[in-house]
Design a protein around this ligand. Structure first.
Ligand code: NAD
Ligand code: TDX
Length: 333
């Protein structure tokens, strides 16, 4: 029988990719619950079948709305969040509201109606690693978040764990590394640089660009989440990563050369305060216990397809571009 999925934050980058993935790979019917903040985009849900996908505009902090929606669904997949580190450094309040109070609101509804929850989180809850550290993050790494964003995500994970332990909530958690792919907001690193080149602005690298991120394609994140929903053990945490460590300078140079520009045609701008140096995920548990494998093993190919997507979908990103760059300019970035 088709499952009834409630997917929060699915007008955003990863949630919308997950709903497209779910529709293509299952018979599930889906309700999207999204507040349509600056990061939510109706166009990201275009082309989905109306008989399988319903969109509700609302806030996950709205207890009455959330209660009714959770009651009427089988599984809640929770993507909604304030997601951008730079924003959290300038105005942390919405991060506390959505990431902490919003997650609490969902947890209470899931508890009341005895439903199943999958909570989406990030590797940033573990803090950062030295460049030469042979270790990577595992499910046993202690939490040590750096930014208002990552600390509120860490707080939301701990709430989920507490509801599992204290109330027997049927929940799983996943912590994923940096995603790339179509429909990512132009405030984020890869889309910002691609669209800068497309509009004739020079790309902007924070500091020396030696910071390392562990890149995974959004479709691989989706396949991992679906696998955990279907086979994950209740109460468990799974780390999701695809062995994609690269420093920002190398990624930017690859974007530039792929787009036919000189590799050094970018500006260095002031660094992010408290900038995490390196993230790296060991996803052995997910691979060995649930048999998951990523399918985008070639970063260069995935990046080229992402560049093509931004070339072909200017109408999707153009409305947000000027305001995003104006905000960065104010911050000296
Ligand atoms: P995003 O900013 O692109 O999308 C967030 C979505 O949540 C938007 O559609 C927004 O409108 C919605 N939203 C925000 N506040 C809301 C509220 N109060 N009620 C309802 N909807 C609300 O973010 P993203 O990059 O797609 O990230 C999605 C999730 O994945 C987040 O939980 C994030 O922490 C996690 N994550 C992201 C990455 C990454 O690389 N982007 C990596 C690991 C984990
Ligand atoms: O213009 C830029 N120049 C630059 O050098 C921007 C926007 C970023 N950067 C650097 C900062 C980071 O080292 O690129 C790296 C990636 O930056 P972001 O895209 O802002 O991502 P990050 O801070 O690593 O966080 C992302 O991955 C983990 C997501 O935004 C989070 O939601 C997720 O939890």
């Amino acid at each position: 029988m088709a499952r009834k999925m409630l997917v929060t934050g699915a007008a955003g980058f990863i949630g919308s990719n997950f709903v497209h993935y779910l529709v293509a790979h299952t018979d599930d019917v889906v309700t999207v619950l999204d507040k349509f903040t600056y990061a939510g985009n109706e166009a990201s849900l275009a082309g989905l079948p109306e008989d399988r996908v319903t969109v509700v505009c609302g806030d996950i902090c709205d207890a009455e709305l959330v209660d009714g929606l959770v009651r009427d669904h089988d599984i809640v997949v929770h993507y909604a969040a304030e997601s951008h580190n730079d924003n959290s450094l300038h105005d942390p309040r919405p991060f506390l509201d959505t990431n902490i109070v919003g997650t609490y609101t969902l947890l209470e509804a899931v508890r009341r109606h005895e439903k199943r929850l999958h909570h989406i989180s990030t590797d940033e809850v573990y803090g950062d690693l030295e460049l030469d550290d042979p270790n990577r993050f595992t499910e046993f790494t202690p939490y040590n978040p750096s930014s208002p964003y990552s600390s509120t995500k860490a707080g939301s994970d701990l709430l989920v764990r507490a509801w599992v332990r204290s109330f027997g909530l049927q929940a799983t958690i996943s912590n994923c590394s940096n995603n790339y792919g179509p429909r990512q907001h132009v405030e984020k690193f890869i889309p910002r640089q691609i669209t800068n080149i497309l509009v004739g602005e020079r790309p902007k690298l924070y500091g020396e660009g030696l910071n390392v991120r562990d890149w995974i394609h959004a479709d691989d994140h989706s396949s991992a989440v679906l696998r955990i929903i279907e086979a994950g053990r209740m109460g468990e945490t799974y780390l999701i990563g695809a062995d994609g460590e690269k420093n920002n300078k190398d990624v930017l140079e690859l974007i530039l050369t792929t787009m036919g520009q000189p590799a050094d045609a970018y500006d260095h701008v002031i660094d992010r305060p408290g900038h995490d140096l390196r993230y790296a995920i060991d996803s052995t548990k997910l691979r060995e216990e649930l048999g998951w494998q990523p399918s985008f093993s070639d970063f260069e190919r995935g990046l080229t397809a992402t560049i093509d997507w931004y070339r072909q979908n200017e109408a999707w990103w153009q409305p947000q571009k000027a305001a995003t760059e104006a905000k960065y300019r104010e911050q000296g970035q």
